[in-house]
Design a protein around this ligand. Structure first.
Ligand SMILES: CC(C)(COP(=O)(O)OP(=O)(O)OC[C@H]1O[C@@H](n2cnc3c(N)ncnc32)[C@H](O)[C@@H]1OP(=O)(O)O)[C@@H](O)C(=O)NCCC(=O)NCCS
Length: 153
């Protein structure tokens, strides 16, 4: 497995993975339900989110959005972000996989990679993630401190 900032072509592939489906029909696993719209909307939001995160990058407030590759193929996205990391020593993670890549252990591995980066290469002492209470796979695959929202809307 490889995690890297995608180039334009790889971002296109990532958007296609999102368009092919990330959440089950009717499920809302993200506070901003970017993955619950039409395939075209999901793809566009992925691309716009990467552009926004890069454009808005600041030393004290950043979001690193990494494409996840397995066997050379884009399978999903792993995020690591922080505000005032040197003060708070706290980072946040988020992640998603194309539906056909879920349930095969990838989520656990990519989350572990983000924690390795945060703890061993940056100065994080705590990494948080959030999930809706009815999203069973998310907390089980991410070895972070968890904030669990109520059931998704
Ligand atoms: C959340 C997600 C990244 C997890 O990755 P994954 O590769 O599917 O998860 P893994 O195969 O690594 O499984 C991790 C754990 O979750 C459990 N799990 C996986 N899918 C599950 C499901 N649908 N229901 C319940 N548990 C599940 C596994 O049994 C495993 O538990 P264990 O370690 O105790 O055996 C992935 O399922 C996904 O992209 N889901 C949709 C988007 C999403 O919910 N993102 C997170 C928003 S907070």
């Amino acid at each position: 497995m490889v995690l890297r900032v995608p180039d334009d072509g790889q971002l296109d592939e990532l958007a296609q993975v999102a368009a092919d489906g990330v959440v089950p029909a009717g499920a809302v696993y993200f506070p901003q339900p970017w993955a619950s719209g039409t395939p075209r909307e999901s793809a566009r939001r992925v691309v716009q989110n990467h552009w926004w995160a890069r454009g808005d990058w600041r030393e004290d407030n950043w979001r690193l959005l990494l494409a996840v590759f397995y066997d050379g193929q884009v399978i999903g996205q792993q995020n690591l972000s922080a505000s005032d990391l040197f003060v708070t020593r706290e980072a946040r993670t988020g992640f998603w996989l194309g539906r056909r890549f879920q349930g095969r252990g990838f989520g656990t591995q990519m989350s572990a990679a983000a924690l390795y980066l945060a703890f061993d290469f940056l100065v994080a002492q705590r990494v948080m993630s959030t999930a809706f209470a009815d999203n069973a796979a998310s907390p089980r695959s991410s070895a972070t401190s968890q904030t669990v929202y109520g059931a998704s809307p």
